[in-house]
Design a protein around this ligand. Structure first.
Ligand code: HPA
Length: 276
């Protein structure tokens, strides 16, 4: 695997290429998590660009994660959607996993909706629940902002006291109410993976204040906040985290649960986007 170049020049080249493929100017970015690719069906008049065609873009290597960028409209709002994202467990550095967020910013987006599949650490959660991220714990041991800071991209020490926008969370709750549905809300712990956690690690995470656990999202959110984007995060609780139930975890279970909630998720995103 070659390490993609994530410099400011590469961001511009990737964004210039995308601009050459569409006249739409996306206002909102969306990143789809495991098994949530179905959300791509929401986009109208989509232009699809395979990741391998975009200069400096990494390519995703995981089953259930596709690799295309879609640009089109949802409820009349121009959006850019990543169908398939990059994970540190694939061997990419955090700055690579978050590179597309910088490209989205360059394209002109002001808000980012990140979705993911996550294990439920909070024992009151159930598989199939949808959780609004109120905050996160970056437990990857690193940051996409390590290294010299490019002041054109953001400040050296970005504030993270409202990583997930209060305004967007309120809008999402309102949208959910309109659908007769209530979100869970909680703290997402982002770990490296790719092994699922041990029961001891899950007990530790609960003590630390985590409600859900996954292997994505935190570097994307850090870069989004660095870039001044408003972030809304939604976890699909696909399974109870390790040690809660007397059964092993599997990627198949994650994909199955994500598939079961797709209709609910589609309806929600459709009503959230106009409020973003
Ligand atoms: N742990 C970590 N990542 C996950 C899980 C989990 O239980 N479920 C879905 N993604």
């Amino acid at each position: 695997m070659t390490t993609p170049n994530t410099s400011a020049g590469s961001i511009r080249e990737a964004a210039d290429y995308i601009r050459s493929q569409t006249r739409l100017k996306p206002e909102i970015g969306l990143i789809l998590g495991s098994g949530l690719g179905i959300l791509a069906d929401l986009i109208q008049d989509a232009v699809s660009i395979p990741y391998e065609d975009i200069p400096h873009f990494p390519v995703s290597t995981v089953e259930g994660h596709e690799g295309e960028l879609l640009i089109g409209t949802i409820e009349g709002r121009p959006v850019v959607m990543m169908k398939g994202r990059f994970h540190m467990y694939e061997g990419y550095g955090p700055e690579v996993t978050a590179f597309p967020v910088r490209v989205m910013k360059n394209l002109g987006v002001s808000g980012l909706l990140v979705t993911n599949a996550a294990g439920g650490v909070n024992t009151s959660f159930k598989p199939g629940d949808l959780m609004l991220l109120s905050d996160h714990l970056n437990l990857t041991g690193t940051s996409p902002l390590i290294g010299p800071n490019d002041a054109d991209l953001g400040v050296r020490f970005p504030d993270m006291s409202e990583a997930y926008s209060r305004r967007l969370r309120a809008a999402a709750k309102e949208a959910a109410e309109g659908q007769g549905f209530t979100f869970r809300e909680g703290v997402y712990a982002g770990l490296l993976g790719p092994s699922y956690e041990t029961p001891a690690e899950i007990r530790m995470l609960r003590t630390l204040g985590a409600d859900a656990v996954g292997m994505s999202t935190v570097s994307e959110t850090i870069v989004a906040r660095h870039a001044g984007l408003e972030v809304l995060g939604i976890s699909c609780i696909t399974n109870m985290a390790a040690g809660i139930l007397d059964q092993p975890l599997s990627h198949a279970e994650v994909m199955e649960t994500a598939d079961l909630v797709k209709e609910k998720f589609l309806g929600l995103v459709l009503s959230i986007i106009p409020k973003m």
